[in-house]
Design a protein around this ligand. Structure first.
Ligand SMILES: [Zn+2]
Length: 164
């Protein structure tokens, strides 16, 4: 279904759009070993029309299922994202209007993905080792993936340096 702004519902006063989207509705990826979104995303958005522009402001909230890249402990990371977008109805950058509606789903998806942590840590500066007995995680399985991520991102950084 997604998040739709129906243009004919937009009057002078602010319009509130509030609800939840499942990860399936948002088509969130599930290919990251360390960050996954399994819970619904709650959105609360204020829509305000100013001439040919539509101002969308609000918050997106969910909790991510993360695995700490250091100690490999599984943990929940709350996400609280400020959403701020200006949609133009006219001009070169105008948004697509379909059946008198603007679909915000893709924009919300993109902002949520941008808020994903690159290297999730269970707590700031975590330096525990995966074999800490207080963590009951299948780290043998997760460990190689986490190490691969670490080294592949290091190589990416090197590639970037070479290009510059
Ligand atoms: Zn940790």
């Amino acid at each position: 279904m997604g998040i739709l702004i129906r243009l004919k519902d937009l009057r002078d006063e602010d319009m509130i759009l509030e609800g939840e989207l499942t990860p399936e509705e948002l088509e969130m990826p599930h290919d990251d070993e360390c960050v996954d979104m399994k819970e619904n995303l709650h959105y609360y958005l204020t829509i305000n029309r100013q001439g040919d522009d539509i101002l969308v402001r609000g918050t997106l909230r969910t909790a991510l299922d993360c695995v700490c890249v250091r100690c490999l402990k599984a943990f929940k990371m709350p996400l609280n994202i400020r959403f701020d977008d200006l949609l133009a109805l006219e001009g070169e950058d105008k948004v697509e209007v379909k059946d008198d509606c603007i679909d915000l789903t893709y924009r919300v998806r993109e902002d949520t993905l941008l808020a994903y942590p690159q290297h999730p840590l269970c707590e700031k500066g975590c330096d525990r080792l995966p074999n800490d007995p207080s963590h009951r995680v299948d780290y043998q399985k997760l460990g190689s993936d986490a190490e691969m991520r670490e080294s592949s991102s290091a190589w990416n950084e090197l590639d970037k340096l070479k290009l510059e």
